[in-house]
Design a protein around this ligand. Sequence first.
Ligand code: SF4
Length: 263
Amino acid sequence: MGVPSVFLRTFGCNFKCQGFGMPRGELSQEANNIDPVNFKKYEDLPLVSTGCDSYASWDPRFKDLSPMLTSDAIANRIMEILPFNEWQDEHLVITGGEPLLGWQRAYPDLLNHPKMSGLKEITFETNGTQKLSPEFKDYLMQWQMPGVDFNREITFSVSAKLPCSGEKWEEAILPEVVCEYEQVGTAYLKFVIATEQDFADAECAIAAYRKAGFKGHVYLMPVGGVESVYTLNNRTVADLAMKNGLRYSDRLQVPLFKNEWGT
Ligand code: SF4
């Protein structure tokens, strides 16, 4: 939090998370009711307050609003965004959708690009369900080998989806997948909490990850893409984290930028 970061958002997700912000068992239709023919630009799409707030980055109906870019074009765009037009202290956060789908095949080409050579820290924001391909795992391992003269830090920020997301437990809580991430970098878990039931679910999930050997930190984060919802339960979730020896994750972007595209 507070680290200057460039976010690279890939298209596609294996989930829909239509349960967020809804009474348990109900699915949001907010994004489904948006008609793509009315919109020419990603930035013009309506923001939603229930379901996945990143719907435009995975719903196939909006795919044409996301450009298909070469590694060269992405690297050039990143240089334009960076304040000194080169990597300094900034992190690269690769997010989605779900960034560890087939995109794993494309990252080496981008990360080997000469303009990315100064990049030192990379975070994958993932839902923790996608195994690393053997090729991509080997690629990431190169920076962890003893004696390498250039060490890139790799972090997996795993937002595992509890039943409040509307996704099925057996498809969302896959401890062995997340344990594998710890072989190539640092991994932490982050659970979005709205109710006591969510916390009870998080406790069950944490027990399953620990049983599988997961060693990383665990964060609780209050639900709330918009400030009115967020401020309702952030103190309660912080108290829960403190009482249970867990970490608390704020949502700095909500008070800073409100609910806007690009945040
Ligand atoms: S896993 Fe993330 S990007 Fe995918 S639908 Fe759920 S909240 Fe949205």
